[in-house]
Design a protein around this ligand. Structure first.
Ligand code: NAG
Ligand code: NAG
Length: 192
């Protein structure tokens, strides 16, 4: 009898643990708000280069209004973007409606992290490739919209993107001809 209740106790403990884990996962996950059907960019639109992707006719792209919750150690993908006029960045930066030089360390954050401009002109510390760099948030990497002129006919961003100027990539010491340039795992935190 004693043995039986012990088994029962272990069994309930395991069930409780699994339930807690499931709740944790649900709280952390950020689900798409919907899907966007890709449209073909008009002739001569969508500037290729720097790994930027152009929308494809009929392809369904997930849209996100959320990003993973912010901690002091946010896992993200670092991508590269130009913030200069007429380049692959689309319109001017969301924070100040201006274009910016790619030789200063600046970034765009996915919609959830950008959080309705609350991070505008705040600095983040990016850790990657064994180095760290401070960069200022100037723009949104729009996870909720895309495939239009304002987004240079590119699909919506993923929800975990830090889209950085080439100054950030240089500061992290990533060689331009390496496989990492333009797409690399990093962590970021709010700069002190
Ligand atoms: C790619 O990025 C570099 C540096 O950020 C920029 O000079 C170049 O014009 C960009 N290419 C395109 C097609 O936007
Ligand atoms: C972020 O860094 C820039 C450049 O160092 C600085 O001018 C700016 O004031 C900083 N932003 C905040 C909110 O501290």
């Amino acid at each position: 009898m004693k043995n039986m209740s012990f088994k029962l106790l272990i069994y309930s403990a395991v069930i409780a643990l699994l339930a807690a884990q499931r709740l944790g996962v649900e709280a952390q996950s950020c689900q798409p708000s919907g899907h966007l059907r890709g449209r073909k960019p008009p002739p001569g639109k969508c500037k290729r280069g720097n790994d930027s992707e152009c929308c494809k006719e009929g392809k369904m792209y997930p849209m996100y209004k959320c990003s993973p919750p912010v901690s002091n150690h946010n896992k993200a993908m670092l991508t590269i973007n130009s913030f200069e006029k007429g380049k692959d960045g689309g319109g001017p930066s969301e924070c100040d409606r201006q274009y910016h030089s790619d030789s200063i360390p600046i970034v765009a954050l996915s919609t959830g992290w950008f959080n309705h401009k609350t991070r505008c002109h705040h600095n983040i510390t990016i850790n990657g490739n064994g180095r760290s760099v401070r960069a200022m948030v100037v723009d949104e990497c729009d996870s909720a919209k895309g495939c239009d002129a304002a987004h240079d006919y590119q699909p919506p961003c993923d929800n975990n993107i830090v889209d950085a100027s080439q100054a950030v990539w240089k500061a992290l010491g990533v060689p331009r001809d390496s496989g990492k340039w333009g797409w690399m795992e990093i962590t970021w935190s709010n700069a002190k």
